[in-house]
Design a protein. Structure first.
Length: 255
């Protein structure tokens, strides 16, 4: 076993002298290897200096370009797109509560007028922005209310949101469009997706009800009963719960 040697300690025996010489030799070899490695590294760096500086330069330029693009292109683009949304959103909101000329108002929301952008213009001109994403929702729901179901599907499928209400309404809107196109299986899938997206008091009972009706029409009484029972248990104060016992009875008695 090697023993620890204090600084200045002189070997007293031949064995100690031999061990001391071996340690000195090993240490010298280690430092020699380190020196050789360092020299090779320095030589490689020296030979490839231009390449290294070039790579660093490219990275630096890329970072600066990204920051500049984000600051001077993306942010203004987002801001301009958001400002453009004001005009079509006004007509969309008016159309939802109007008692007449609803299609005309939805058309103005979609196409714009008097030099102002509509939802369709914003989708095209500001692709990739948050405003364009919201414009997909507006366009899809406008077409749905105008009974243009295929167009509604096209735009609602391009909309995505984590928002509890908007995300659920978009999926439910897709369900309504497919139901009108006589594709109940697809409709049921979207109604279920709307419920899964959010269990809030506004959208969940609404789409549970539609899912139940759709399942009942498809002859799946067990699934329909499951949807209706959930409304009764989880959303007893909702509007859809007012007549839910009758639908539960229908599901139980359906053959």
């Amino acid at each position: 076993m090697a023993t620890y040697k204090k600084r200045g300690h002189k070997p007293e025996t031949k064995a100690e002298q031999q061990e001391f010489d071996e340690q000195e030799s090993t240490t010298a070899e280690v430092f020699s290897s380190l020196d050789e490695g360092a020299s090779r590294s320095e030589e490689w760096v020296s030979k490839n200096q231009n390449y290294i500086l070039g790579v660093i330069g490219v990275i630096a330029i890329s970072v600066l370009a990204y920051l500049a693009y984000n600051q001077f292109v993306e942010k203004p683009k987002e801001s301009n797109a958001a400002n453009e949304m004001y005009y079509p959103q006004q007509y969309f909101d008016q159309a939802l509560v109007a008692t007449s000329q609803k299609d005309s108002l939805f058309t103005l929301a979609l196409e714009g007028a008097e030099g102002k952008y509509g939802f369709l213009d914003i989708i095209e001109e500001y692709s990739g922005t948050k405003a364009a994403n919201l414009a997909n929702y507006g366009a899809g729901m406008s077409y749905l209310n105008m009974n243009k179901y295929q167009e509604a599907i096209t735009y609602l499928e391009d909309f995505s949101s984590d928002d509890a209400v908007l995300g659920a309404l978009a999926k439910g809107g897709l369900g309504d469009a497919f139901m009108q196109l006589d594709q109940p299986s697809d409709a049921l899938g979207y109604y279920e997706a709307a419920v899964k997206h959010s269990g809030n008091e506004y959208t969940a009972p609404k789409f549970l009800y539609k899912a139940g009706i759709t399942a009942l029409e498809m002859g799946d009484k067990d699934k329909a009963l499951e949807f209706f029972q959930r409304i009764k248990n989880d959303f007893p104060k909702s509007e859809n719960a007012n007549s839910i016992d009758a639908f539960i009875g229908m599901a139980k008695s359906a053959e």
